[in-house]
Design a protein around this ligand. Structure first.
Ligand code: ATP
Ligand code: MG
Length: 490
């Protein structure tokens, strides 16, 4: 007799009882085999997501807004993780903390779902970072360059241009085939609208997804938003695309987690944050990756954190510094002096990106950091003195030219070729005799001039990405021609 095997689908459900409700935090008794990030359904029709459990109880965050549940209601677990819909159609849309459309353009339908709390890409599937991600911001691309797959923290006081750095970096990805995700957490609604408008004005929403969780939405949504952003990003990474994710900002995310924890009567630790806040953020940061090109693309993170009066030794900030590959520190002093983007080079570092700059950009930027630091020192030392040697005067004048080049208006990223042209001109010292106006004019017009008159030279630089002796020779001649044409005496 032939034995046949039958598959039987068994749906395992566990039922518990709600024992406590504090705002969005629900405590349940009796779901023994739940896991972190699992979905629960309540008797009232509300849904929740498990964020903590022990032998006695399960703690879940309530999803949605209407709190219909009450103590004594049933809570059902079907062993499913919280998932968000992922699809190409998300690009250009604004969604909430659980990936539902909030831009009034109708629901986003999808057949595929990614878990919000997915494990990071395993080490064996990763490869070293070899490509750079251009931000189009001169001071960053030259001195704190970022690589695709890197995590670079943007940290600084309030109103020092952090968001602007992130927005400009997104704008610069327009023709770079990079999908951008802007995750707005805990900030004001009006600032969020401004950010979206800035992106829209430059036509950058067409390659961007905004995950919007402003301060006005539930703490659950604000807590989940960065993980949702990652889950969406991973969909594109799996399809071999490059992704850039901005988290604006993680200090506010930590506040939300602190609120949730205090509701749970957990004993507060350093700066009143719960002890596991490090885990909460590191679990997020490790999801950045550069995958083996045969298996996937890359996901670059630009998390943002606030400091209070320039203090980067705060708990959340130091945590983030330790789990990222470098930081861009924006200084209120520099910002108020008019040096914008107010990046403090002394305190900013990129541990990966500078290694993968193109040879041409590397050549022109390798000495900049030291030169700029020396200039700053000299400027301080010579402030009170009337007489200085000609050599020092020359160094200071060179430093001033460099400062003028590094100042860049908001929302106006420049291409890599423009950066190479300008910093090469600075390197050979051709810009020093000129004042602010002429340097500005040079920056504005040199690219167009070369493009119009010497397109083959531009093609050579783009192709080789190197400054060969011949290219250098040609460039020197081109610069002289440029100044002749502009009728500026050298
Ligand atoms: P918050 O802490 O409130 O989030 P932030 O650090 O993100 O602030 P932004 O909102 O980016 O700062 O910028 C603050 C103001 O500075 C904005 O009005 C912006 O337009 C201006 N700003 C930022 N960068 C530049 C720049 N490079 N040139 C001129 N203005 C700038
Ligand atoms: Mg901001």
């Amino acid at each position: 007799m032939k034995e046949t095997k039958k598959h039987i689908d068994i749906e395992i459900t566990e039922v518990g009882i709600i024992t406590d409700i504090k705002r969005d935090v629900i405590t349940i008794k009796g779901i023994p085999s739940c896991v972190y990030g699992e979905m629960l359904e309540f008797e009232s029709g509300d849904k929740g997501v498990v964020i903590e459990f022990d032998e006695e109880k399960v703690v879940a965050l309530l999803l949605g807004t209407g709190i219909e549940s009450k103590v004594g209601d049933k809570a059902v677990s079907r062993g499913e993780l919280l998932k968000v819909p992922v699809t190409e159609k998300l690009v250009g849309r604004i969604v909430n903390g659980v990936a539902e459309a909030v831009d009034g353009k109708g629901p986003i339908r999808s057949t595929q779902y990614n878990p919000v709390f997915r494990d990071a890409v395993p080490i064996m599937d990763r490869v070293p970072i070899t490509e750079s991600l251009k931000t189009g911001i001169k001071i960053i691309d030259t001195m704190v360059a970022i690589g695709k797959g890197q995590r670079e923290l943007i940290v600084g006081d309030r109103q020092t241009g952090k968001t602007t750095i992130a927005i400009d970096s997104i704008m610069n990805q327009k023709d770079e085939n990079v999908i951008c995700i802007y995750c707005w957490i805990g900030g004001s609604y009006t600032s969020m609208v401004k950010m979206i408008e800035a992106l829209d004005n430059k036509g950058s929403l067409s390659h961007t997804i905004v995950v919007a969780a402003p301060a006005s939405v539930s703490s659950t949504e604000q807590y989940l938003a960065p993980y949702t952003a990652c889950a969406i990003g991973e969909y594109f990474v799996d399809r071999k695309k490059d992704v850039l994710v901005v988290f604006d900002n993680l200090t506010k995310h930590a506040w939300i987690y602190r609120q949730i924890s205090l509701l749970l009567n957990r004993s507060p630790g350093r700066e009143a944050y719960p002890g596991d806040i490090f885990y909460v953020h590191s679990q997020l940061m490790e999801r950045a990756c550069r995958m083996d090109p045969k298996k996937g693309g890359s996901m670059t993170f630009l998390p943002i954190a606030d400091t209070l009066q320039g203090d980067i030794t705060g708990y959340i900030q130091t945590n983030l510094v330790s789990m990222t590959d470098g930081q861009i520190y924006t200084s209120a002093t520099l910002f108020n002096e008019g040096f914008r983007p107010a990046v403090d080079i002394g305190l900013s570092v990129s541990r990966i990106g500078s290694k993968v700059q193109s040879p041409a950009l590397k050549e022109v930027s390798v000495k900049l950091r030291l030169e700029y630091a020396q200039f700053k020192e000299l400027q301080k030392l010579t402030k009170m003195r009337a007489k200085i040697s000609t050599e020092i005067a020359k160094k200071i004048s060179r430093g001033q030219t460099l400062s003028e080049i590094l100042v860049q208006p908001a929302n106006s990223p420049v291409s890599e070729i423009e950066e190479i042209l300008v910093f090469y001109a600075f390197d050979v010292g051709i810009l020093e005799p000129f004042g602010k106006k002429e340097v500005f004019n040079f920056e504005k017009n040199i690219f167009k001039f070369v493009e119009k008159n010497y397109p083959e030279l531009l093609g050579d630089i783009k192709f080789t990405k190197e400054l060969t002796p011949q290219i250098k020779k040609d460039l020197n001649k081109v610069f002289v021609k440029f100044f002749e044409e502009q009728k500026i005496e050298m």
